[in-house]
Design a protein around this ligand. Structure first.
Ligand SMILES: Nc1ncnc2c1ncn2[C@@H]1O[C@H](COP(=O)(O)OP(=O)(O)OP(=O)(O)O)[C@@H](O)[C@H]1O
Ligand SMILES: [Mg+2]
Length: 285
């Protein structure tokens, strides 16, 4: 694939930059709150967090969009069991894929033919695609748009932050980490990235925080525990909560049935609800 998804046409054939900007403003103006889920390191649980928070908010009755901007490793379609869906054009732009009537999803995974296909794009093309996802998708009115980012502070989160901040101040970042020291160093980079770009930090989540033995119930701190809370304190950022390691989380991700669809009544489910509640009334720093 070497061209971004097609946009709508204006009278001159090609929309002018002003028209594109106006369209972006109009689209983003219909989304009350935009939340980026980021991390400095890969594999710490951003996509799991994004999927489960989006679902928790939808279960609370909010209109939610979930945008997967991990262009090289989109996981959201698989995690939601939407792996074989394709994007369709609607009257006013691309239609997001419906997971629930109040939870709509967009991912580059819906543009790739099969799971093994890879996107081989440089920065400008990636920027254009993310802007198209924000401008040309018919999201309609949303209470929340949750954006699942790839790891690090590269083109994708940079484009998302700059595009969303161009709109208003109702945006913020949630930073996911695991508790061990090397992952925590990367949290500082993510917080610094947000602060340099003036993106409010809504808080830090410590994922894979301790493991409850399924046989005896004893909690083992495989990667230590509490580091996320300490770093939040040190970086003057809100701490949102700890999610333990849970084999059910792995199975949920692999089976396409998200944790909050099947395990909402657990202690971890309660933690996701508390975090979602904090995102409804954020104290940003
Ligand atoms: N709390 C948890 N307990 C057990 N397994 C988890 C937990 N959170 C995530 N996982 C598993 O860890 C793996 C990585 O999670 P996930 O894909 O959400 O991370 P990521 O940060 O989005 O990764 P990437 O940087 O590659 O995008 C997945 O197999 C997922 O099911
Ligand atoms: Mg991911």
């Amino acid at each position: 694939m070497d061209t971004p998804v097609p946009t709508g046409h204006c009278s001159s054939g090609q929309p002018s930059p002003c028209e594109l900007q106006a369209k972006m403003k109009q689209r983003l103006g219909r989304i009350k709150r935009k939340i980026l889920v980021m991390s400095g390191k890969g594999g710490v649980g951003k996509s799991s967090t994004a999927v489960n928070l989006a679902l928790t908010l939808a279960q609370d009755g909010y209109a939610v969009g979930l945008l997967d901007i991990d262009l090289h490793g989109p996981s959201v379609p698989k995690m939601l069991g939407l792996g074989n869906q394709q994007l369709q054009n609607g009257a006013d732009g691309l239609l997001p894929v419906e997971y629930l009537s109040n939870l709509k999803v967009i991912s580059v995974g819906f543009l790739l033919g099969d799971e093994d296909e890879a996107l081989i794009w440089r920065g400008p093309a990636k920027t254009a695609l993310i802007q198209q996802f924000l401008r040309d998708v018919q999201w309609d009115e949303l209470d929340f748009l949750i954006v699942d980012c790839p790891p690090g502070t590269g083109d994708e989160p940079m484009t998302a932050v700059q595009t969303l901040l161009g709109d208003d101040q109702n945006s913020g970042a949630v930073i996911v980490t695991t508790p061990q020291e090397v992952a925590l160093l990367d949290v500082q980079k993510s917080v610094t990235f947000c602060r340099r770009l003036e993106m409010p930090v809504l808080g830090i989540i410590e994922n894979m925080s301790g493991f409850a033995c399924p046989k005896c119930g004893e909690v083992i701190d495989i990667f230590k525990s509490g580091g996320g809370e300490q770093i939040a304190h040190r970086m003057h950022a809100p701490f949102l909560g700890k999610i333990p390691m849970d084999t059910a989380m792995v199975m949920a991700g692999d089976s396409g049935k998200p944790y909050m669809a099947t395990q909402a009544e657990t202690e971890t489910g309660e933690t996701y609800r508390r975090i979602a509640a904090a995102l409804m009334n954020p104290t940003t720093k």
